[in-house]
Design a protein around this ligand. Structure first.
Ligand SMILES: [Mn+2]
Length: 155
């Protein structure tokens, strides 16, 4: 069985599921917002259905980022995978991180903080990454090239 805290597992989860919930942390900074929106648009470009949320006020200084207004407080509904970005502990996500809402769905957290508590059922934490956005970039560029390879092989 694959290591639940590996990069490969994070990649596999993002590739496998089609309806995905993505949460940024409270008191949001540029890294969590950029990571959540970057992941959202990368997954949508692969044809996936993504809900993106933040349970806090999001500063207007990020207004130039596409999708910023989608970052309102939301809870998971019928998504197949729940993803939490850039928070080192579960309380950073407010009501969006609640094991009572998981219902046996896969739950993945992606972060770069060395203080990360590995609080989710699956965690990919790389303290050597300068930011969570850097990890998101690595994951989504591999995921996009895998889907391009797949669609080419179908032709
Ligand atoms: Mn952050």
């Amino acid at each position: 069985m694959q290591d639940r805290n590996s990069f490969e597992n994070a990649l596999e989860q993002l590739e496998r599921w089609n309806r995905i919930f993505v949460a940024a942390h409270i008191m949001p900074d540029g890294d969590t917002i950029g990571s959540a929106l970057g992941l959202t648009w990368a997954l949508r470009s692969l044809g996936k259905n993504v809900t993106v949320t933040c349970h806090d006020h999001v500063s207007g200084i990020f207004d130039y980022l596409a999708g910023l207004r989608e970052l309102s407080p939301k809870l998971p509904t019928d998504e197949e995978l729940l993803v939490y970005v850039d928070g080192s502990s579960s309380d950073r996500f407010g009501p969006a991180f609640d094991p009572n809402l998981f219902h046996e769905r896969p739950v993945l957290e992606i972060d770069h903080h060395i203080t990360n508590e590995f609080f989710a059922p699956m965690n990919f934490v790389d303290p050597n990454a300068a930011s969570t956005a850097e990890i998101i970039y690595r994951l989504t560029s591999l995921s996009a090239s895998a889907s391009i390879r797949l669609s080419r092989s179908a032709c």
